[in-house]
Write a protein that binds this ligand. Structure first.
Ligand code: AMP
Ligand code: ZN
Length: 113
């Protein structure tokens, strides 16, 4: 694990976060700068710099399973939600530990900015 990775430190409970849910291999917590009434980040507990760095589909399977559970437990499953994985510079990724944004609570627009 990279010593200075922000989300590794959250996964290891070295840095505080507002936890929402947890599974064996993933962790969900509220985004510090919410872009919607519900804005939760879901990360694998293990470090992968981005989606491009994942060795197989198991990592995203764990992330998407927990994202689904978060939507259900926060009561937005029926109204709908958006799951976003920014990847690389053009994708707008700023934290280099794979994460999925779960956005909900308002009508999303398309195309994204
Ligand atoms: P991205 O731009 O896709 O890499 O998303 C990174 C996200 O991490 C942004 O939405 C930030 O607001 C969020 N973020 C950065 N630091 C923290 C933190 N300490 N706790 C929770 N969310 C954070
Ligand atoms: Zn990390």
């Amino acid at each position: 694990m990279p010593e200075n990775c922000l989300f590794c430190r959250i996964a290891n409970k070295q840095l505080p976060a507002k936890l929402v849910a947890e599974s064996d291999h993933a962790l969900a917590f509220h985004d510090i700068a919410p872009q919607a009434p519900v804005h939760v980040l879901v990360i694998p507990k293990a470090h992968y710099a981005s989606l491009a760095e994942t060795p197989d589909g198991a990592v995203m399977a764990a992330v998407s399973e927990l994202a689904k559970r978060v939507a259900r437990e926060l009561g937005v499953e029926e109204a709908g939600y958006r799951v976003v994985v920014n990847t690389g510079d053009d994708g707008g990724q700023t934290v280099h530990h794979l994460h999925a944004h779960v956005l909900a609570g308002r009508r999303m627009t398309w195309p994204p900015g």
